[in-house]
Structure formats: structure tokens, C-alpha cells
Design a protein around this ligand. Sequence first.
Ligand SMILES: Nc1ncnc2c1ncn2[C@@H]1O[C@H](COP(=O)(O)OP(=O)(O)OP(=O)(O)O)[C@@H](O)[C@H]1O
Length: 254
Amino acid sequence: MSADPIIRIRDLETRFGTHTVHEHLDLDVERGEVLGVVGPSGTGKSVLLRAIVGLKHPSAGSIEVFGRKLDTLGDEERRSLERRWGVMFQDGALFSNLTVRENVMVPMKEHTNLGPKLSAELADMKIRLAGLEPDAGDKFPSDLSGGMRKRAALARALALDPELLFLDEPTAGLDPITAAGFDTLLRQLQKSLGLSVFLVTHDVDTLNAVCDRIAVLGEKKVLAIGTIDELRAFDHPWVQEYFGGPRGRAATGH
Ligand SMILES: Nc1ncnc2c1ncn2[C@@H]1O[C@H](COP(=O)(O)OP(=O)(O)OP(=O)(O)O)[C@@H](O)[C@H]1O
């Protein structure tokens, strides 16, 4: 663990009523790394993401992002921190009544004083950066394929030039070739923009192609964290089956 992680979580507890999702969960995400987060369905990967970005209030423990404890911040400070990260939710969460360009302009309207013309030009840049054709900006989400919608959601997550990107299942529902294209794009963007990335996924190919380290969630906490090779050597039934089973072996070339 470095002295200066971009996300530091200590002793986190989250719950819904009497259902405890996380308990005594510790996690560091280092600056400049892509951390993949895996684990069986329902172990709380998405809830963890939501807790970090402030959409789910923890019942105990601390979450620091950029060295700041989120629950101690005033509204203004919080908003200025929020500008420094981008989030791509599981289903893309695009506004269906807005064009792709307008979707990408939403965070700009919310967080900057840029006029409409400049926002639109910047949005078009993000749309191209996410690998969409320029004419995609005028389309509505319902006019796009699943892969294009993911790219539009990525363009919106990049709207404010974030240092930190949160991605929830970015390749879910894509065919393998489209998913591989998205993985390549992610890795290129992460490297060229120097991003730190918190990436929830079930996709072993994505873990292999994109992630520097992987955290395995289970038993309400981070069960194991490390590179794919380190996790392959980790003695836990789910971890063994996930990385050592046929799909895991095929994806990691073992
Ligand atoms: N709004 C909510 N109200 C009540 N329970 C919730 C809510 N959101 C999530 N949960 C519960 O929290 C647990 C963790 O959910 P979460 O969506 O984080 O799992 P996950 O690991 O992301 O699963 P998957 O891999 O299937 O997406 C589940 O038991 C879920 O039912």
C-alpha cells in the first residue's frame, strides 16, 4: 500500500436495513492504476462503487478520495471533488430524451460556466475520444447499438477531464469483439490521459486486458487483492474457480 492512494477505504460498513453488505472492508486504489473489482453476484461491487461516489451512505468506516474524507466536506468542497471524477453506470444511465451531445454536456452544465457553444464543441471532442463517429452527437440513445451506447456513456464520464474514472460493468451485454474493442479503447485512454480507474466487471478478458490489479469481494470484504498471477495462487475456492476454471485460464493464457 502506498502512502498516497487515490482512494483509501478503512473499516467500511454498508447496510440496507438489517442486511449488511460490507463489514470491515479495507481497500486502497493507487494513483494511475486500473483496479478491477470482481466477486460473485450480490457481493456488493456496485454498492461499493456507489458508496465511494457518495450515492450510498456508509453506516461506519471512512472513505477518502484524493486524500479528502468525503463525509467531512461541505457542499462546495464536495462539488469541486466530484468534478474530478467520472462515472459510467452499469446500464449507461443516459438520458433518453437528450441527444448524445446533450448527454455529454450535462456534467458541463452542472459543474462549469462554459457557454453552450463551447460545451457542444468540447462534447464533440469527448464523443470522438470515446471512439464514436462525429454524427453520433445528434443521435438519441435509442438510435445507438449497445456498444455505441457504452461509448456515449464513456464520453459523458470523460466530460470534465476526470483524474479518476468509475466504470460499472462496461462490457456487460456486448459481443466479444465489441467488448474487446472497448477494452482496447479503455486501456489507451487510461494510459494517454493518466487516469486512475475503479472498474467493476465479471469479464475475465477485461481483467486481463485492462487491469493492473484485481480486488476480489466476498464475505463482505476484500478477500484478496493483487495481479492475476498473484490471485491464481490465492487459496480460496471461489478465487481458484474463477481464475483457474476454463474461462479464467483461457482469458489469462494459462
Ligand atoms: N437499493 C437497494 N436496496 C436494498 N438492497 C440493495 C440495494 N442495492 C443493492 N442492494 C443489495 O446489496 C447487495 C449487493 O448488491 P450489488 O448490486 O452491489 O452487488 P454486485 O456485487 O454488484 O452484484 P452483480 O455482480 O450481480 O451486479 C445485494 O444483496 C443487493 O440486493
